[in-house]
Design a protein around this ligand. Structure first.
Ligand SMILES: [Ca+2]
Ligand SMILES: [Ca+2]
Length: 168
């Protein structure tokens, strides 16, 4: 039983149960939808990509996300009173309503994810293609931490000391 639970947790993690910021801007690109119900995506105060009124390839700036900060995507079903969260624990039916797969980022330092949502609760088809988009998360500029600055300072002092030593 424990093994089954662990495997379930691993398979969920393999799909990337959460998407995290990398200190830089994030962008969403709409891919498409195979659904009869209307739905759109919510990310905090942003409501976007109505599935039947958005052209594939439409891009949206999601703002800057700090390193390790999860992006709390939700799928809002407009036809029915259903909202699904990226975290299955927050869903009324307790089920996973989004499959997440890695994709090739535009530059190697960024991360790219494809999110495919399921808009029906409980006994649905679970085809995870009712609302599909890509998210590219960019890495922020790397700013040395105070400890790193201290090390750099110590290194410079040592270098200067060595040069002065050689002159004597
Ligand atoms: Ca579908
Ligand atoms: Ca479906």
């Amino acid at each position: 039983m424990k093994t089954i639970v662990l495997l379930a947790a691993l398979s969920s993690a393999a799909f990337g149960a959460a998407i995290y910021g990398l200190g830089g801007p994030a962008e969403a690109i709409f891919i498409g939808a195979s659904a009869s119900y209307d739905s759109h995506v919510r990310l905090g105060a942003l409501e976007f990509f109505p599935n039947h009124a958005t052209a594939p390839g439409t891009r949206l700036d999601l703002g800057t996300w700090g390193t390790g900060v999860p992006l709390p995507f939700e799928l809002v079903v407009d036809t029915k009173p259903w909202t699904w969260n990226i975290d299955p624990a927050l869903n009324a039916d307790g089920l996973e309503h989004v499959r997440i797969a890695a994709c090739a980022p535009p530059d190697p330092s960024a991360a790219c994810w494809v999110l495919g949502w399921e808009d029906w609760p409980g006994q649905s088809d679970f085809d995870y293609n009712d609302h599909v988009y890509r998210v590219v998360v960019e890495r922020g500029e790397v700013v040395p931490e105070p400890a790193a600055w201290l090390l750099i300072g110590v290194g410079l002092v040592a270098l200067v000391g060595m040069k002065m030593g050689w002159r004597r």
